[in-house]
Ligand binder design. Structure first.
Ligand code: DGL
Length: 282
């Protein structure tokens, strides 16, 4: 059963910057009839070195903005924001469904042969209770090697995914994990799939990368399906992005990361913080 009052509303997605576009790309591929509304909080990127409380406050402000735009679902396309704010947001907005992210330790732990898995994410993600709980639940008997890689966030923000600088940064980031004998590597930050070629090249064929974006997009589809809130399959979805940074710079990086065809169908608009309130600019 479809609820016509909900089905034509957009899906909201958020991230500190361009990282969540790795999730947006997958949601668009799986649910092309949906209207997508993305907020990149580039005024505050990176979130990773910030406190959990600060990231929670930003994420709550963005959720309010997306709800004011009439979204039917919010995908927190950011591991750091999910670690900081997923549970408080669900409690605060009980009528709004949220799909959040947690590092994909479960599939990595069940696939490992060496008994050692690696997780790369931000400092804040590792500090949050969510990560400790995921490791406690799913990684019994498996060694979990973690590494915060803030440099890779900056490179993705710059659209620099295949340069000599990015290869060097990937090498520095992975060295201790490879040394420890990992055979599974969880991409625990949505910026990292944009560097997956460089990461795979450095890690070698013996290491499997785990990118959660297809599973997150499937979960978004399931949640909407259960509520009768999917767009009619015949509809043609749109992509609209807001950034609290520079729209022109955002568009240029989006084009580098997702390609010219994707960029051509995407609207990019400015948004700005006024205290803890976020609003669209004319
Ligand atoms: N893309 C984000 C994540 O998934 C945050 C990166 C950052 O802003 O530090 O964790």
């Amino acid at each position: 059963m479809t609820d016509p009052a909900l089905s034509e509303r957009p899906i909201g997605l958020l991230d500190s910057g361009v990282g969540g576009l790795s999730i947006l790309r997958e949601v668009r591929a799986q649910l092309p009839a949906e209207h997508l509304l993305y907020l990149a909080d580039q005024a505050h990127v990176p979130y990773g070195p910030r406190s959990i409380e600060q990231v929670r406050a930003f994420t709550e402000g963005i959720a309010r903005f997306l709800i004011a735009q009439g979204v039917k679902l919010i995908v927190i396309a950011c591991n750091t924001a999910s670690a900081a704010a997923l549970h408080p947001l669900r409690a605060q907005f009980p009528g709004m469904p949220f799909v959040g992210m947690e590092p994909a330790v479960k599939p990595a732990a069940s696939a490992t042969r060496s008994g050692v898995i690696g997780v790369i994410a931000t400092e804040a993600t590792f500090q949050g209770e969510l990560f400790a709980s995921v490791v406690g639940r799913f990684a019994q008997g498996v060694r979990v090697e973690t590494r915060a890689c803030p440099e890779l966030v900056q490179l993705a923000e710059a659209g620099e995914t295949a340069s000599a600088r990015s290869r060097l940064a990937v090498r520095r980031c992975l060295a201790p994990l490879l040394e420890a004998g990992i055979d599974q590597l969880v991409l625990g930050c949505t910026h990292f799939p944009f560097l997956s070629e460089a990461i795979q090249a450095e890690a070698g064929p013996g290491v499997t990368l785990i990118d959660p974006s297809p599973a997150v997009a499937r979960q978004a589809g399931r949640v909407l399906g259960d509520r009768g809130a999917l767009s009619p399959a015949s509809a043609s979805g749109s992509v609209t992005c807001y950034t609290t940074g520079q729209p022109d710079a955002f568009r240029a990086v989006l084009e580098t990361l997702l390609g010219a065809e994707f960029a051509a169908l995407t609207g990019v608009h400015p948004a700005a913080w006024d205290g803890d309130r976020l609003g669209a600019l004319p």
